[in-house]
Design a protein around this ligand. Structure first.
Ligand SMILES: [Fe+2]
Length: 151
């Protein structure tokens, strides 16, 4: 069998307090709530973010938790960067897993793979990337062979 994946449908993140997480994902980043499913949020045309509230979960600062992440492809990385900076979310870039905190709105955003990162209120790493910047050149886009089958 060769699994044909159409899209990443959703990513599920565990949060301690849904209201606090929504302040970040909805009020601050501006994610739209799913029209049918509460605690699901729209990520583009094909994907959603599902937040599951488990108050007793402890946020740990293990490398596993610090590096496992959600990566969001955006059309304008600089605009997201500005929003994070102005919102006091301490955006950073990663150079061989070493964070470089960014404080200047005119920063070239050229460290490491060119992505900008921040943490959500539960310590989940969120990456923002834009195609055409840094490592994310056009040829980094996935090319599933089953989309290119001859008839
Ligand atoms: Fe990543």
């Amino acid at each position: 069998m060769k699994l044909e994946v159409e899209a990443v449908n959703h990513v599920c993140l565990i949060v301690k307090d849904l209201a606090v997480a929504e302040k970040f994902y909805v009020d601050f980043l501006g994610l739209e709530r799913h029209h049918k499913a509460s605690t699901w949020y729209v990520l583009g045309e094909h994907s959603t973010l599902h937040l599951v509230e488990i108050p007793e979960v402890e946020v740990d600062d293990s490398l596993y938790h610090k590096l496992q992440h959600l990566a969001l492809q955006v059309p304008d990385l600089r605009s997201v960067f500005r929003t994070l900076l102005e919102g006091g979310k301490e955006p950073f870039q990663l150079n061989e897993d070493q964070p470089k905190i960014l404080t200047d709105v005119n920063d070239p955003l050229d460290v490491g793979n060119g992505s900008v990162y921040t943490y959500d209120p539960d310590g989940n790493l969120v990456e923002f990337l834009q195609f055409g910047r840094g490592k994310f050149t056009e040829d980094m886009k996935p090319r599933p062979s089953y989309l290119h089958r001859s008839p």
